[in-house]
Every structure is written in C-alpha cells, then in structure tokens.
Ligand binder design. Structure first.
Ligand code: MN
Length: 222
C-alpha cells in the first residue's frame, strides 16, 4: 500500500504528525534479529476508536477498531483497515489540529512487539493474520480475519479476535479498566484539554507535561 494515501490525506504544514517514509530494508533485517513493533493508539476524533497498527515491510499496517480490543475470545471487534502509516507514527501522542484529517486527541494506549504466526504476507492476502502480542496491556495470541469484500465505505473490514489462551479473560473489560496512555499515564480527554502540548516522537519522552497538584502536598486533599 505504501504511504501515498497517508501523505495525501494530511497537510504537514498544519499537523505535527510525521510525513514519514517507508523504512526499506528494515523489516527483513528486523525479522531475523528482533521482533516487529505494534502500537494501539486511542483516538478521540469525530468518532472515538482505537488504531491498531502492526509493523510489516517498513510501514505500520493499520486498522481502526471502534470498540477497541477485547480479551473475550467470543467477542469479535470490527476493524476497518485504513491506510498504512509510517513507523514513526507509533510514537505519536497528542493533538491533531481541528479541521485536519483525523482532528482530535491521541494517546498511545498500548505498545510492544508482535510475532507473526505463519507467513504474515500470505495472511494479509488471504485475510487471516495470526500473531502473538507482547504489549504492556495485551499479550498472547490474536487473529485478524477479513470479513469479505470491501464494505460500502471502500474499506476492507476485518474482525480482531482474542484467541483462547492463558491471556484470554472473559471477566475483564480491558479498555474500560485501563484507559490511560502507556507512555504518559494520561487519558485521551486530558490530552485534549492540554492543547498547548503536541505530540512527541517515540523515545523522546513527553514535552511540557503539566501535572495536576500532588494531593499529598495540598492541605485537606486526599
Ligand atoms: Mn485514527
């Protein structure tokens, strides 16, 4: 897919998202040496959703998951495939300006590495991608299954499903339990309210994070 669609949709004079480029050669080298990165960004745009991204062939393959992932193996979460994103997008947390494509707030909800189970390129082609996640919130085996041809909106629709293993847990609602960023601990609502901050790149750490007063130092507060 490449990054043409990603770049066409955005005005890089107006948004601080990265222009990015396909990281050629990286995927092959990485595959033997280390694992591939994955990230899930919680994105409060016009409609709240979770952007699920898996590194493959120098880009982040991306799906918008309206309800986010579920640890319950019987729950299939709709995942609309969207344009590939550059690898450095995985570090993006902050505000996309109002009126721009995807305008709203983003937090890095989970991140880590992923391992394909079987050939991931064949999986993408055939519409059944099995993999293992090594994230801070999500672990174990998952599968993305394509539901058929392109939907009305032209996007291919898939389901994101937890496979039944020791990391599955029907008693938990992970997105409700753990809304916060794994990078800064903030909720997506706090990022939106803190509009003077823009996004940070992976590894740079947060800039100008304003914290609330420390309750232990405020008289009468708990
Ligand atoms: Mn999004």
């Amino acid at each position: 897919m490449g990054l043409d669609e990603y770049q066409r949709k955005r005005d890089f004079e107006r948004t601080r998202e990265p222009r990015g480029k396909v990281a050629r050669g990286r995927a092959e080298k990485k595959r033997s040496a280390e694992r591939l990165q994955f990230v899930i960004q919680k994105h409060a745009a016009r409609n709240l959703h979770y952007d699920f991204r898996l590194e493959l062939d120098g880009v982040l393959k991306s799906w918008a998951v309206p309800k986010g992932p579920s640890l319950v193996p019987t729950e299939r979460r709709m995942a609309a495939q969207v344009e590939d994103h550059p690898l450095e997008y995985g570090g993006f947390e902050g505000v996309i300006p109002k009126g721009e494509y995807g305008g709203g707030s983003v937090v890095v909800w989970d991140r880590g590495t992923w391992e394909p189970i079987g050939d991931p390129r064949a999986g993408m082609r055939q519409g059944k991608l099995k993999f293992r996640l090594h994230g801070e919130k999500l672990q174990g085996e998952w599968v993305l299954v394509r539901t058929g041809g392109p939907a009305d909106d032209g996007k291919e629709h898939w389901f994101l499903i937890k496979r039944d293993d020791e990391h599955a847990d029907p008693s938990r609602d992970i997105v409700a339990e753990q809304p916060q960023s794994v990078v800064t601990g903030r909720k997506v609502e706090e990022v939106g309210a803190d509009a003077d901050r823009t996004w940070t790149r992976r590894g740079e750490g947060p800039r100008k994070v304003r914290r609330g007063p420390d309750a232990s130092k405020v008289k009468g507060a708990r």
